[in-house]
Design a protein around this ligand. Structure first.
Ligand code: 0O2
Length: 209
C-alpha cells in the first residue's frame, strides 16, 4: 500500500514536471513570435494537473482498475494545458510550432474544429510526449494541449458547467440552444478571421488609395 502511494506521488510529480517543461517551451515560442512579428498568437495559457477524482472517474469510464500504471497508460490528460488564441489561424500556427519542436513528439491530434463534436464542441487537442529527466531515469510523459479561440472557450466553459450541473444529462432544450450558440460562435470566429486578413492585407501596403 505504502509503495502504491509513493507510485501515485511520483506519477503526479513527473506529470507536473512535464507540464512545466511544455509551459516553458510555449512561453518561449510566444515571446519569440512577439519579438519577430510584433504580435502574439497565444492570448492566454492555463495549466492544471487532473484531480484524483477526475483520474478515478476517467479510469472507471474506460473500464480500467485504479492503479498508477493504468493512469499513466490510459489517462492522457493528467497534465493539461489550455491555450486561448484570438483567431482560428493562430491555433494552427501554434500547433505547427509545437510539431516542429524536436524534443516533443505529437502522439495524437484531434481536430474538433474541422469536425466539431455533435454537441457543437470545438477545439484542437494535441497529446504530446516529453522526456522528463530525473536523477536516475528519463520518463517519457504525456501532456494534453487544448487550443481554442476565446469564443470556443466561452462556449466550452458554459457547456462544461451545464454538463456537471445536470449530472451529465443536459436537458434537450438547452442542448439545442447550445448547438445554436456553437454555430453563432463559429460564425463569429470566421468573421473575426476575415477582418484580421483584411487588416493584414492593408498593413502589408498592397493597397494603393
Ligand atoms: P474535464 O472535466 O474537462 O477534465 P481519450 O482519453 O482520448 O480516450 P477523452 O479524454 O474523452 O478520451 O478525449 P477528448 O475528447 O480529447 O477530451 C478530453 C478533454 O477535452 C475533456 O476532458 C474536456 O476537458 C474536453 N472536452 C472534450 N469534449 C468536450 C465537450 O463536449 N465539452 C466540453 N466542455 N469539453 C470537452 P474530460 O476529462 O472529459 O473532462
Amino acid at each position: 500500500m505504502k509503495e502504491e502511494i509513493e507510485e501515485w506521488k511520483k506519477l503526479m510529480l513527473v506529470h507536473k514536471f512535464a507540464m512545466d517543461e511544455v509551459n516553458t517551451k510555449l512561453h518561449i515560442l510566444n515571446e519569440e513570435f512577439q519579438h519577430i512579428h510584433q504580435s502574439n498568437p497565444i492570448e492566454h495559457m492555463k495549466s492544471r494537473l487532473k484531480s484524483q477524482n477526475g483520474i478515478v472517474q476517467k479510469l472507471e469510464r474506460k473500464g480500467y482498475t485504479l492503479t498508477p500504471e493504468n493512469a499513466r497508460r490510459h489517462v492522457h490528460d493528467i497534465a493539461g494545458i489550455r491555450i486561448t488564441c484570438s483567431f482560428t489561424s493562430d491555433i494552427y500556427h501554434v500547433s505547427r510550432m509545437i510539431q516542429q519542436q524536436r524534443d516533443l513528439t505529437v502522439v495524437q491530434s484531434k481536430d474538433y474544429i474541422q469536425q466539431a463534436k455533435p454537441n457543437g464542441y470545438q477545439s484542437l487537442h494535441l497529446i504530446v510526449e516529453v522526456p522528463v529527466f530525473l536523477a536516475a531515469s528519463t520518463e517519457k510523459t504525456l501532456v494534453e494541449i487544448q487550443l481554442r479561440t476565446a469564443a470556443m472557450d466561452f462556449w466550452a466553459s458554459l457547456e462544461h458547467k451545464l454538463f456537471y450541473k445536470f449530472d451529465r444529462e443536459i436537458p434537450p432544450a438547452l442542448r439545442s440552444e447550445l448547438k445554436s450558440a456553437a454555430e453563432t460562435m463559429k460564425a463569429l470566429d470566421e468573421k473575426m478571421e476575415a477582418i484580421k486578413k483584411e487588416m493584414d492585407f492593408l498593413k502589408s501596403g498592397q493597397v494603393f488609395t
